[in-house]
Design a binder for this molecule. Structure first.
Ligand code: NAD
Length: 276
């Protein structure tokens, strides 16, 4: 008995699952930007998953994950009332909110499954009095989730789809560039999503001198600073995503090196279907 009981579980979009887990001690301390290390079976690996929400009173945390490799496929097969073997967290540093941003306009960019962890951040920013425009990008209409939830906490919400099946046709950086060209006063950008998206966001904001925070999704093994697997090159220095991040100044991240490292086990990871 681990006590990390699954209370709710359902599909938000194709292969994207929502899970509500009983975890009162983690819920008590969790803050936007933090993650948990999840283990499903005794011989299984631990995987990092960002906390998508927490309810301190009910003692629950929400996790949103995409079926991609062996462990997420195993997780996808679990049902309410079953228990996770273990759950370690909250890990990592909470997202820093500079008090100078109070009353200012900022942009939150979420891409695909990376939209989920933007929710507690936007809610927190709103509580602090920051004006938030959320730009959320999905592949197509069927992949969209949490539109209402995000609308409730954002001052303005713009949705893009790659194929134009809903919202604006294009990707998140098209909207970002448009807003910059329109002369919007943007004090900060936070981006969570595919590494290539965060790289592209940073290229856009760098030339426009807009400070940008990214949440890196490096490969992680221990999640507590011992193994070095999640090292990333930031400002020409090695940093551990689990202990020094996961948030970093996007303009200082070596995204090309990160993408190369993320590809290391691609062949093994991509064969999810062979486990089902
Ligand atoms: P996806 O491939 O469906 O892309 C989502 C959106 O990102 C697209 O619709 C588009 O608007 C934007 N995008 C993608 N490539 C772009 C590019 N080259 N330029 C500009 N915009 C681009 O995303 P997915 O398959 O749902 O994957 C989500 C990613 O988010 C995963 O890689 C996952 O690891 C990551 N993630 C990170 C965290 C975190 O906390 N760091 C949490 C959850 C997920």
């Amino acid at each position: 008995m681990s006590n990390f009981k699954i209370l709710e579980k359902y599909l938000l979009a194709p292969k994207i699952h929502f899970v509500l887990v009983q975890a009162p001690l983690i819920a008590k301390k969790a803050l936007p930007g933090q993650f948990v290390m999840v283990r499903i079976t005794e011989k299984g690996e631990r995987i990092p998953l960002t906390i998508a929400d927490y309810d301190r009173e009910k003692g629950t945390i929400s996790i949103v994950f995409q079926e991609l490799g062996k462990t997420t496929c195993d997780f996808a097969k679990m049902n309410p009332e079953e228990e996770l073997l273990d759950l370690l967290g909250p890990q990592g540093n909470p997202t820093e909110i500079n008090p100078k941003l109070i009353g200012k306009n900022i942009i939150i960019i979420g891409g695909g499954v990376g939209v989920a962890p933007t929710f507690p951040l936007v809610r927190r920013l709103k509580e602090e009095g920051v004006k938030v425009t959320s730009i959320l990008g999905f592949r197509s209409k069927e992949y969209i989730f949490w539109e209402d939830r995000m609308k409730n906490v954002s001052d303005k919400l713009i949705i893009t789809t790659n194929d134009g099946s809903y919202g604006k046709h294009g990707v998140v950086t098209d909207v970002l560039k448009e807003l910059i060209e329109l002369g919007e006063n943007i004090s900060h950008v936070f981006a969570i999503g595919p590494t290539i998206m965060m790289k592209s966001v940073c290229e856009t904001t760098k030339i426009n001198n807009i400070p940008t925070t990214v949440s890196l999704n490096a490969l992680m093994v221990c999640g507590m600073g011992m193994c070095g697997a999640c090292r990333v090159n930031v400002n020409e220095k090695n940093q551990f995503t689990c202990m020094d991040g996961p948030d970093f100044d996007g303009h200082k991240v070596n995204f090309d090196e990160l993408m190369k490292r993320l590809d290391t086990y691609k062949k093994e990871e991509c064969s999810c279907s062979k486990y089902i």
